[in-house]
Write a new protein. Structure first.
Length: 438
């Protein structure tokens, strides 16, 4: 088995497979201490990184320029690596079942190019047991090597929060598990070279897999509770955020807010856990109930918009122009993965074809490729009947009341639906805006 000295002396390189939101920051950080091969199947992504660009904006340009990473799409380079870290996405399919295509594809690629004595460590979010039950057989089949004898496996779940410059790779405790105590110790030393917050040693790989998947399941359920409360309080004529501010004065009240739940983790990971639970004969109820609530919120926002337009005497809904500000799954990032703003747009199209979408951070080509949506420049946001502020980008927070009013059609009641609750309700109401928030 490869040793830490082999890696530290740079005699043997370390490889990171998948150079996205998770893999690139990891490869850059590790390159300060080890020889690192950064592998991605996308030749365009490799070319972009070699040219010093990063569309995810997860690594600062100066850090990317200093990084000594060997970017490549040549699979043969993986044969040189003593440790291979797999950091590919684990999405869900159209039926909300785990889509294992990326992680299985990566396992096949690594297996075909696996050096004897190497360690393969997965960072992808998976259900308990997947690494050993799905990935290991693929590695063995395509390498011709025996796991536990000729090569070894580990698991260390990623905890990257896109756009967060405070909670970074270096400042978040890293959970590490290994097939054997020796594998776990080596991986702990590798990750410990860059993670200053500390290492948590899990007793086995399944524990580490389960820990990762419940982190986001817990958050998903807490947001689902807030969303359900907002549905109740709307019917009671009570402002949800005011209620949460009042309740938040108690020291042990957990501070969560209602909203859309998308992205690469929170809206996806619970389905990995429920899939495995149903596979072993248990039908989860609380987790799936939370998922149903959160997945329904886009439809709720769109229906509320239509109802308020009708209430404001906009009877020709089919001719209304509705502006949606924001498409990414969270504020101030270009990440469009699993954004639930698309639920709002799809529901609005049931009533009104004239829906304009703007986002200063999203890639227009990606928006068209993934969702079939054309992004409009802000200058086209005019003669609107309603504005839905779906994402809390800094650019939207800085819009003046005059700039917002200028987007509406002359004589129209300026209707704003503030999904994130970020605008000044009092100021807007004082200026004659019709205002709503979750």
């Amino acid at each position: 088995m490869v040793t830490f000295d082999d890696l530290k002396s740079r005699r043997t390189p370390l490889a990171v497979v998948g150079l996205g939101y998770v893999g690139l920051p990891l490869a850059v950080a590790l390159s300060r201490h080890f020889e690192v091969i950064g592998f991605d199947i996308s030749e365009a992504r490799v070319a972009e990184l070699k040219a010093g660009g990063d569309r995810t904006r997860e690594v600062a340009p100066e850090a990317l320029a200093k990084a000594n990473v060997e970017y490549t799409s040549d699979v043969a380079q993986l044969r040189r690596a003593g440790v291979v870290i797999v950091a590919v996405p684990t999405p869900i399919d159209g039926h909300r079942s785990p889509d294992l295509t990326p992680v299985c594809g990566a396992s096949v690629t690594v297996g075909k190019n696996l050096a004897p004595g190497a360690i393969v460590c997965y960072e992808s979010t998976v259900y308990p047991g997947l690494t050993e039950e799905v990935c290991v057989p693929l590695l063995e089949q395509h390498s011709g090597l025996a796991c536990g004898k000729d090569f070894f496996i580990g698991y260390s779940p990623e905890r990257i929060n896109p756009g967060d410059k405070v909670h970074t790779l270096e400042t978040i405790v890293k959970v590490v598990a290994g097939q054997t105590p020796e594998v776990r110790e080596l991986l702990a030393r590798v990750y410990g070279s860059v993670v200053k917050a500390g290492i948590h040693l899990a007793s086995n790989i399944k524990v580490a897999e389960a820990a990762k998947v419940i982190e986001n399941t817990q958050r998903d359920l807490n947001i689902a509770l807030m969303n359900e409360l907002s549905l109740i309080f709307q019917r009671l004529g009570i402002d949800t955020l005011e209620v949460l501010e009042a309740a938040g004065t108690k020291w042990n009240f957990l501070r969560f807010s209602p909203g859309l739940v998308g992205g690469h983790c929170i809206g996806v990971d619970p389905y990995y856990l429920t899939f495995k639970a149903e596979e072993i004969g248990y039908h989860p109820q609380v987790i799936l109930a939370g998922r149903r609530i959160n997945d329904s919120m886009g439809k709720h926002v769109a229906e509320t918009c239509v109802k308020m337009l009708i209430k404001n005497d906009c009877c020709q809904i089919a001719k209304a122009r509705i502006g949606v500000l924001g498409l990414t799954f969270k504020e101030n990032v270009p990440d469009l993965r699993n954004t639930r703003v698309t639920d709002i747009i799809a529901e609005l199209h049931e009533y009104c074809p004239n829906v304009l979408v703007h986002d200063p951070h999203a890639d227009p080509a990606e928006a068209m490729h993934e969702y079939g949506l054309s992004l409009a420049p802000l200058e086209e946001m005019h003669d609107l009947s309603a504005i839905i502020v779906a994402v809390g980008h800094a650019e939207y927070r800085s819009l003046s009341l005059e700039a917002l009013r200028a987007m509406f059609a002359p004589g129209a009641v300026p209707l704003i639906l503030d999904v994130k609750g970020m605008l000044d309700r009092t100021a807007l109401s004082a200026q004659g805006f019709a205002y709503w928030r979750l």
